[in-house]
Design a protein around this ligand. Sequence first.
Ligand SMILES: Cc1ncc(COP(=O)(O)O)c(C=O)c1O
Length: 464
Amino acid sequence: MKEVDHLTNLRNDIKVITEEILNLVSQHKKIVEEVGRIKKIQGLPIEDIIVEENLKRFVQHKSSELGIDPILGVRLLNILLSNSIQVQKNAVSPRNFYSPADMLQRAKKISESGKKVIHLETGEPDFPPPSSVIKKIKESIDLGHFNYTDSTGIESLKNAVAEHLNEKLRTDLKNQQVLITHGARFGLYLAIASNIQPGDEVLLFEPAYPAYRRLIELFGGRVISIQTTLEEKWVPDFDMIENRFKDIPRFMIINYPANPTGKVLSKRDYNRMLEFVVSNKIKVLSDEVYIDYNFSENNSILQHQNCDSIFVSSFSKSYSMTGFRIGYMVSDKEAIGRMGEMEGIALTCIPEYVQQAAIKALESHTTLKDNVDRIRKRVEYATELTQKLHLKYYKPEGGLYIFPSTNKEKFRCDEYAISLLNNYYVSVTPGLAFGNYPRHIRISLCQPQKMLEEAFRRMETSFK
Ligand SMILES: Cc1ncc(COP(=O)(O)O)c(C=O)c1O
């Protein structure tokens, strides 16, 4: 047979096999729908980590047997699993998902109608940015500092960030390890975009900041959710993790002090987690936007050089600069180079005058101390108020929130949050925004004590 005919035949074979794969995917979808129907009738959860893990072991084994890279096998499985979950979610009655931003928009609409809403839904500090920051931004504009900059950030700011962290954490970071970003959120985007391929698994401790799940799914990754509970003081079950997740996944996200729980892992737990990730060569994305609001033991991923990590933080919370949209990342030089290039492609750079003003923020030690003291007092105060409401809570060791729950019969956080907003003009975020936590609400402490007191008074009435 001529080579040309042979090639044509092979291409036809590939077409036939592709059609067979599609037929199998279609059969798979029908089975998944049926499984979803049964789960719905029996009230079973959509995701079953044990069933999925067993299937994964089987796929790894079978892939090796067939001479396929097990990582590819698992990626394909995860694409199917993600699709199955979506199909089943559509079959189960849709649950209301109100993120902090959704709640804020609803609350704003109510405010527009003339009602005075107390905003406890978002993590936007109510105090002003340092005055030196405002002054510098005006000066920079007057001096005409509004040009394109290097996409990784201006040298003086990268130096200032490295020095600031070295001083705070006793590290030895170089400015080539720093990338200036459009807030911590874009840092998270870059970290996930540059590390996650469709079908890749990402370990995530929930409850968690909603953007993590959304970003992982945006890039086709699969969330392996480790549920933590208030009863267990929000400490992940490391025995289970060590047993179950040895070989895959390769990526994990952590966030301490945590949003929404205010959890800070003890040194012992943190070290145990690090041992697990280092010995299994898992890359860690550590979101430390609340690094300064830590009233407990100070643990930063940057203090552990043996861990392959990406650190993300921001000016938003520490210096009350949410709308300035400026944050920073730290990783090894190569990773920073790659992510800097991506940032350049997407955004060109962060505005020059904002970068210059951010240097002033890092010099505002007194403002930072005042901000942290203020939040620390509010945590104490809100804890007392939560206790008086007979809600279950874990006293935050950091962060800007408290995340209590209730045993009240038939309580659903989404219905409660909407009713609290519509009837009592207090806006909180339902626990469901952070994972499967229908009995929790997140209360942001970004309001003065007087407002917190009034909000809790209204909540007390709402619970009667
Ligand atoms: C855990 C966490 N990470 C990141 C962000 C985003 O911060 P930024 O304003 O710097 O984008 C937030 C904001 O609420 C957050 O809570």
